[in-house]
Design a binder for this molecule. Structure first.
Ligand code: SF4
Length: 314
């Protein structure tokens, strides 16, 4: 089975991904963190190279301000990742440790990410358990639930300890190209003969019904003083450290509606009425319209800036 898997990887694997053609632990770590919540195509086309150009080493992140790191992360979402990256760079003083235990003790690096860094940068013999690999293992062993402990045991059981690098890349590629969530391509799969899930693969693991994503209706306040816009630096976990317009749930004063802005996060959607108001609200800084895009802004605040730019041309 391992031979078949390696032969398939040799013929069909994604060998040209840039983080597969380096032994630089920082480059591999960065790709793992970016890929945690973002698709390969997006990371590859828009974020990986510009980020490395601005921050070529982990030390360069340690020497930068968090604001600059967040600015480069803009658009990728899940900004805690950028904050953890900055924290890790400072903690490690620019040099990543090379044991899974030490790596796993750093902020934002879970067990599977720690293993991935050790396997891909240092060729250690460890299994990886990302979302794609979990799906392959559930189907291969006929597991209905994604029990972490059982899955780690199965991951160790299947690991090719002689070729851990190729084995793990193969499992990840198999999960994203062949053993896909819907209608997996079992006839092309090198694990087909021994796979317990092949008769009804979508049964493994059993799908958990997703709750409907709620929509929050709020107001974004456009506060203006002497030609400058008032913004706050966000404190909430989701967008911590990013600049943005003040948002409130309700409004008890007259205001001018400038437009509407919507944005979907993974757990909720937000619909904002963007309003101009003379309310006195404490902000963290005042900025000219042309300077707003130099700040690290969330996607929804970028949409508001675009709206303001459109308004200013009327
Ligand atoms: S045979 Fe089908 S279900 Fe089994 S691992 Fe391969 S693609 Fe997945």
């Amino acid at each position: 089975m391992q031979k078949a898997l390696l032969a398939w990887y040799k013929a069909h694997g994604r060998h040209d991904l840039p983080w597969r053609n380096t032994k630089d632990a920082y480059h591999i770590y960065l790709s793992e963190i970016m890929l945690q919540q973002t698709q390969v195509k997006t990371v590859l086309e828009r974020f990986y190279f510009p980020f490395l150009e601005r921050f070529p080493t982990l030390q360069s992140i340690a020497e930068a301000k968090l604001d600059d790191v967040l600015k480069m992360w803009e658009g990728l979402g899940y900004y805690t990742r950028a904050k953890n990256l900055h924290h890790t760079a400072l903690t490690c003083q620019g040099i990543l440790p090379c044991s899974p235990e030490e790596l796993g003790g750093l902020k934002g690096i879970g067990k599977s990410t720690a293993h991935a860094i050790c396997v891909f940068a240092y060729h250690q013999s460890l299994p990886i358990l990302d979302a794609n690999v979990k799906r392959v293992l559930c189907r291969f062993f006929g597991l209905s639930t994604k029990d972490e402990k059982i899955l780690w045991n199965k991951a160790w059981e299947l690991l090719d300890s002689v070729h851990p690098y190729e084995y793990n890349q193969a499992m990840m590629d198999l999960g994203s190209m062949i053993c896909i969530p819907k209608k997996p391509l079992c006839s092309l799969c090198p694990l087909h003969v021994k796979c317990k899930g092949t008769n009804n693969p979508e049964r493994y693991p059993l799908a958990i019904k997703k709750a409907k994503v709620p929509t929050k209706k709020r107001f974004a306040l456009i506060l203006k003083k002497e030609g400058k816009f008032g913004l706050i630096q966000r404190q909430e976990r989701l967008l911590h450290g990013l600049w943005g317009f003040v948002q409130v749930d309700g409004l008890s004063t007259d205001a001018i509606l400038l437009g509407k802005v919507c944005h979907a996060y993974s757990h909720f959607k937000v619909e904002l009425d963007v309003i101009k108001t003379a309310l006195h609200v404490k902000v963290d800084g005042w900025f000219l319209l042309e300077d707003l895009n130099t700040l690290a802004l969330s996607s929804v605040d970028k949409k508001i800036v675009a709206l303001l730019q459109k308004e200013s041309k009327k």
